[in-house]
Design a protein around this ligand. Structure first.
Ligand SMILES: [Zn+2]
Length: 319
């Protein structure tokens, strides 16, 4: 009975953390599970994949959000709060990607929970700042920024688990080498898209880092945050751009509703240009476990193949 009461009080306290903060005593350095592994919780599938890649066998990582979940709109459930409370440490993207969890992270920090925003390893002057003054959180689409985040994760894991430092550093070096290869492959593949078709149009503005790095003009119906409203004017403006530039394809994302882009397709048709849908892209969430897009590298490769396929077959675009 006492055990149940203690657990209930802990859960209640965790729930209170969500809204008002709670006076929980500071925790000691991270303990581990019976196999000696750190029990970590990550917010998105991308953050979980990075922490898993660097942490290897010394960690278990649970992602709160699954495939296809939009982190901008995600509200934590009471089950999530319990998982966060029970974790040795919590990893999240930061830069307001998990906009509705910000207060929770702050309160957890105040309560002594180990929390780490992976984007904090990227210097502010390396970030894109959008019209509304907000930094662009989609750092996984630039291998250099993602590499900085990986270094930060290795350092954070080493602080939590000093005995694992050598392993984390070795895994980091291997991860960075893979990232460099992926960068090279991406550049080579995207070079196949004709100059007049190098325009990437998606539902929300997740691909700016990607566009800058690989020389694609990027347009989106929504800004960097999917919580923003989409108006008829936004749809018409994007449709005009697509018709004027004779853009061959636009792309739906797995974590964003396809309805608004369908409206754009219809509006473009009304302006006399038939724009196609390319294969679906992964922007803010990985693919299902076991699919080809269930890792960061797999997701990038899927996206690149989809973009090249849709933008390269443009017989009507001959100058
Ligand atoms: Zn996003």
């Amino acid at each position: 009975m006492a055990l149940i009461a203690s657990r209930l009080s802990r859960v209640l306290c965790a729930w209170v953390l969500l809204v008002a903060g709670c006076s929980v005593a500071s925790r000691p350095p991270a303990p581990a599970d019976s196999a000696g592994r750190l029990r970590l919780v990550a917010t998105t599938t991308l953050v979980a994949d990075l922490v898993r890649s660097v942490g290897g066998e010394r960690v278990t990582v649970q992602a709160l959000m699954g495939p296809g979940v939009d982190p901008h709109l995600y509200k934590p459930s009471i089950g999530d709060v319990i998982r966060l409370d029970e974790a040795d440490a919590v990893f999240y993207n930061g830069l307001h990607l998990e906009g509705r969890m910000a207060d929770l992270f702050e309160n957890m920090r105040r309560a002594g929970k180990h929390t780490y925003a992976i984007a904090s390893a990227v210097p502010p002057d390396a970030l894109l700042v959008k019209q509304d003054g907000m930094p662009d959180p989609h750092i996984w689409f630039d291998p250099e920024l993602w590499g900085m985040a990986a270094r930060g994760v290795a350092d954070a894991l080493s602080r939590l688990d000093p005995e694992g430092t050598d392993i984390y550093q070795r895994r980091l070096v291997a991860y960075l080498a893979d990232l460099a290869q992926l960068d090279e492959w991406t550049r080579t593949e995207l070079a196949r898209i004709p100059p007049q078709a190098r325009r990437l149009v998606t539902a929300h503005d997740a691909f700016s880092y990607f566009g800058i790095r690989y020389g694609l003009e990027v347009r989106a119906l929504q800004g960097i945050n999917t919580a923003a409203e989409v108006g008829t004017r936004d749809v018409q403006q994007l449709a005009s751009f697509l018709a004027e530039q004779r853009v061959p394809a636009i792309f739906v994302e797995t974590s964003v509703s396809a309805a608004t882009l369908e409206a754009v397709r219809q509006a473009t048709l009304a302006q006399g240009w038939q724009v196609q849908f390319g294969d679906v892209l992964f922007s803010d969430a990985l693919g299902a476990p076991g699919s080809a897009a269930d890792t960061h590298a797999g997701m990038v490769m899927h996206n690149v193949n989809a973009i090249v396929a849709a933008l390269s077959s443009t017989p009507d675009l001959a100058p």
